[in-house]
Design a protein around this ligand. Structure first.
Ligand SMILES: O=C(O)CCC(=O)C(=O)O
Length: 211
């Protein structure tokens, strides 16, 4: 688990944006995947187009982005409602699990409740630092590194403090995954883990959970 601090610098312009239209930037011109690529001038032009779109409305629709349709990365927003007084503290709110992708970014506020299991098997509070991102290692990172980076088992528990129990908890998790057909095998050449595609591993996990 690693922590990094987010910059407080504003990303978007303070100018009131025109939100009536979302700009479209066509990346088809980049010739993605084609050897040679764009000239510096062309890259500058596309970068300026993107910069203008993002500092104006703050959103941009990317056309012909070249990202294969079978990409598996997911942004999950989970809402945990307030907790009735009948529920004892430390009750499990999100069951212990590892994530099935490579890394997961967990955006932190000050609500807490996340716990990770250490190498001795003890549950440790991942005390939240607002404005930071917890980076969680997932199964495929473990497979890829031949077990050097072990997938972090984690869970969420109900807090003790009344103020936290009476506030809803909003979790924002970005699950980074290789494309579906990517074959993941230990990069150290060992046979610690059998080769498996990202998609097959995810299907195996879904079957385990729901059967
Ligand atoms: O809510 C959290 O802090 C963790 C969420 C989580 O583990 C998950 O969505 O897989």
């Amino acid at each position: 688990m690693k922590l990094c601090t987010l910059s407080a610098a504003p990303v978007m312009s303070s100018k009131k944006p025109d939100t009536t239209t979302i700009p479209i930037v066509d990346l088809g011109q980049l010739g993605l995947g084609v050897a040679g690529g764009l000239s510096e001038d062309e890259l500058q032009r596309v970068a300026k187009e993107l910069g203008a779109a993002l500092t104006g409305v703050g959103f941009v629709y990317l056309k012909n982005h070249g990202i294969p349709s079978q990409q598996l990365a997911v942004l999950r927003m989970a809402y945990y409602p307030t907790v009735p007084s009948t529920v004892p503290p430390n009750t499990i709110r999100c069951a212990a699990h590892t994530d099935c992708g490579t890394i997961t970014l967990l955006f932190q506020d000050d609500m807490g409740g996340l716990q990770v299991r250490d190498v001795e098997g003890r549950w440790v509070d991942a005390t939240p630092i607002p404005g930071t991102i917890v980076v969680n290692a997932g199964d495929l990172l473990q497979f890829w590194t031949g077990g050097k980076y072990v997938a972090t088992e984690h869970r969420v528990i109900i807090p003790e403090e009344e103020v936290r129990r009476q506030s809803p908890r909003q979790s924002i998790a970005f699950f980074v995954q290789p494309n579906a057909e990517t074959l993941v095998r230990p990069l150290d050449g060992s046979n610690t883990y059998q080769p498996i595609t990202a998609k097959q591993h995810r299907l195996n996990r879904i079957r385990m959970i729901y059967t």
